[in-house]
Design a protein around this ligand. Structure first.
Ligand SMILES: C[S@@+](CC[C@H](N)C(=O)[O-])C[C@H]1O[C@@H](n2cnc3c(N)ncnc32)[C@H](O)[C@@H]1O
Length: 271
């Protein structure tokens, strides 16, 4: 079965799934490893015997763990936050405060889903102290992604979760694995730089570190794929890989006037 992600996620790859799938050695590999899981669009869409999902964002992995262990009971708890009274500006800021102060892991995970659907553009951004700081989104009727969360649960007994740097996930790669790396995008230009992910940005040195680690991890595996913008920089750092390209419509900026078609590059190591 294939499912859609239940989270809105910057750089989410739901639209690119057919392109990525077309380049995955599906029949020859048993496990899909995603060191930069985000909303896990690819893992939810393709069928493997097992999945290893890693991300540095502890709230994201905490939420996945909660769905995995508490299942429908957790979905029912999340639903209690999706009421009309909570879709008001003052209430949003109270709940954002409650999220930032929450000690209880179920409460924090449920509020993370609430924030994902009620905050501006579905962004996930933290200040230097680690507090979630995205403003109110002003949606008329925020969607409650019940069916999509149930999709995640349906796969969850085949999913192993890790929270840390991508290198730790790549160190676990073995013979039966294929790896899909979806790092934060390189900027298209200096002014378009968009790094609204978990604390601690992903600069160009990190992109180079990933390209090197991917090439090494390709050796014991069935292949390592990396997606990124198609730029002179990415073509240079992935020059040892086979490259495939596709052009997609992307809403990188908040203003629709800034929507543009950009090239996506898929670097494939190990074939
Ligand atoms: C482009 S998003 C992945 C989107 C995902 N493929 C999807 O479909 O939603 C990049 C992800 O990398 C994570 N990340 C940033 N730095 C990382 C690092 N050093 N190691 C692992 N994950 C990292 C971010 O938290 C973010 O979720």
């Amino acid at each position: 079965m294939t499912y859609k992600p239940f989270l809105k996620w910057a750089g989410g790859k739901a639209k690119l799934v057919p392109f990525i799938m077309g380049n995955l050695p599906v029949g020859r590999s048993k496990r899909l490893v995603e060191p930069f899981a985000g909303s896990a669009a690819l893992s939810l869409a393709v069928d493997f015997d097992a999945y290893l999902l890693n991300d540095t964002n502890a709230d994201l992995i905490g939420l996945f763990q909660m769905l995995q262990s508490e299942k429908q009971a957790f979905i029912d708890y999340v639903r209690s936050f999706f009421i009309a009274d909570n879709n008001q500006e003052a209430r949003f800021y109270e709940l954002r405060e409650q999220f930032n102060a929450a000690d209880d892991s179920a409460e924090r995970a449920a509020l993370f889903v609430y924030l994902n659907r009620h905050a501006f553009n579905g962004l996930c951004r933290y200040n230097s102290k680690g507090a979630f700081n995205v403003p109110f989104g002003r949606y008329s009727a925020p969607y409650f992604p019940e069916a999509e969360m149930q999709g995640f649960i349906a796969k969850s007994n085949r999913i192993e979760l890790m929270c840390g740097d991508f290198q730790a996930a790549l160190a676990r790669v073995g013979h039966d694995d294929v790896v899909y790396c979806d790092p934060p995008y390189v900027p298209l230009s200096e002014t378009a730089s968009f790094t609204a992910y978990a604390k601690g940005g992903f600069d160009l040195n990190e992109q180079i570190r990933l390209a090197q680690a991917a090439q090494e991890a390709a050796e014991p595996s069935k292949g390592v794929l990396i997606s990124n913008h198609d730029t002179a920089f990415t073509r240079e750092i992935y020059k040892e890989a086979r490259l495939e390209t596709v052009s997609v419509q992307r809403n990188i900026a908040a203003k629709s006037s800034s929507r543009q078609k950009v090239g996506e590059l898929l670097a494939i190591y190990g074939e």
